[in-house]
Ligand binder design. Structure first.
Ligand code: UT7
Length: 331
């Protein structure tokens, strides 16, 4: 459903990101599974991804991103009254990673929860925060997309292990006088849930010797079907936020798609009629960081000067669920 422009504009006033230092290249992967740098580059455009050291938690990876976003926003941790973490790789089943992060930051007056929308995590979390901020229920939200998805990747499955990487992106959102979020769009299709999923670890298949023997705790994907649906839903969602604002692709300066892989991004751009020189891509360096991907890309696009004050930006996401969503904002 698409939401139209609001009088109570909410914007992004600080950004942060954090990725592990360890780089896993396509050449490293050649030593782990039967694949090649050539195949991975041609099919995905990914050259390398970051992988967290064993024992690192998602909240630990998110922490420096959160601190940087707060610094950019000129806020103290105690000023934050809402923390939402989009993640599919939380520290624990519960408590939420948002609560763990709150404790470490010292944001004692914040309400905290995790949001499960897989790779659409940052965009869904930003749209959720926008609602609370626009109504005045909360003042300063810290929104994070963070994943240590490498724990859930089957490193013996060449069809998926080449695609993913770890990372965290963060933003601080609050009401703004100029710019901010113009329109948003979110959608879901639960009927296609088993195209991309982790079968075990929940109530359907609680951890057992059998679930471990059958490798049910690892991510599974029907890549071909996911590809087709990702392209259709992301292109349509991007068009929805533009239509709701009475704008066209020509009015947008920068598109920040979910960094699933270069081929999907190119196909989305083609279907939506967006020239690739308006599309920000960093999947070559990080792979698919799931919920972290849109916020990491937004961070880098701003850092590199690709997005400047007054620019119109469209964030577009797609993930397991299925879930998809877009945000049109003025920087
Ligand atoms: O957030 C959304 C997350 N999902 C995605 O980003 C994935 C969406 N899907 C895709 O991007 C593509 O489907 C993939 C990149 C995953 C695969 O590309 P494809 O062109 O659809 O390849 P395919 O699955 O049709 O496989 C073609 C061949 C197969 O061999 P045969 O059956 O033709 O002999 C695969 O076994 O490539 C083989 N293959 C590989 N070969 C070398 C699959 N993975 C690899 C690999 N290295 N890593």
């Amino acid at each position: 459903m698409t939401q139209s422009p609001s009088k109570n504009r909410v914007g992004v006033v600080g950004l942060g990101m954090s990725v592990p230092t360890k780089v896993l290249t396509n050449f490293d992967l050649e030593k782990m599974v039967e694949t090649s740098d050539e195949w991975i580059l041609e099919r995905t455009g990914i050259r390398e991804r970051r992988i967290a050291e064993p024992g690192t938690t998602t909240s630990e990876l998110a922490y420096p991103a959160a601190v940087e976003a707060l610094k950019q926003a000129g806020l103290k941790a105690s000023d934050v009254d809402l923390i939402i973490v989009g993640t599919t790789s939380p520290d624990m089943v519960f408590p939420s990673t948002a609560c763990v992060l709150q404790h470490r930051l010292g944001s004692t007056s914040a309400a905290c929860f995790d949001l499960s929308a897989a790779c659409s995590g940052s965009v869904f979390a930003m749209i959720t925060a926008e609602q609370y901020l626009a109504t005045g229920r909360y003042k300063n939200a810290l929104v994070i997309g963070a994943e240590i998805i490498s724990n859930f990747v089957d490193w013996t499955d060449r069809s998926t292990c080449v695609l993913f990487g770890d990372g965290a992106g963060a933003c601080v959102m609050t009401k703004v006088d100029r710019g901010g979020i113009l329109t948003t769009d979110m959608g879901s299709d639960g009927s296609a849930g088993e195209l991309l999923y982790i079968p075990a670890g929940g109530t359907k298949h609680p951890a057992s010797h059998t679930s471990i023997d059958q490798r049910l705790h690892y991510l599974r994907m029907n890549g071909t079907e996911v590809f087709k649906l990702a392209v259709r839903q992301m292109a349509d969602s991007a068009k929805n936020v533009l239509t709701a604002a009475g704008l066209s692709v020509a009015d947008v300066d920068c598109f920040i798609p979910h960094q699933a892989n270069l081929r999907i991004i190119q196909a989305v751009a083609k279907r939506a009629g967006v020239p690739m020189d308006k599309v920000f891509v960093n999947a070559d360096r990080y792979g698919n960081t799931s919920a972290a991907s849109n916020l990491i890309a937004l961070y880098e696009a701003v850092q590199q000067g690709t997005i400047k004050q007054g620019n119109r930006v469209v964030l577009v996401a797609f993930g397991a669920g299925l879930t998809w969503g877009s945000i049109l904002l003025e920087w």
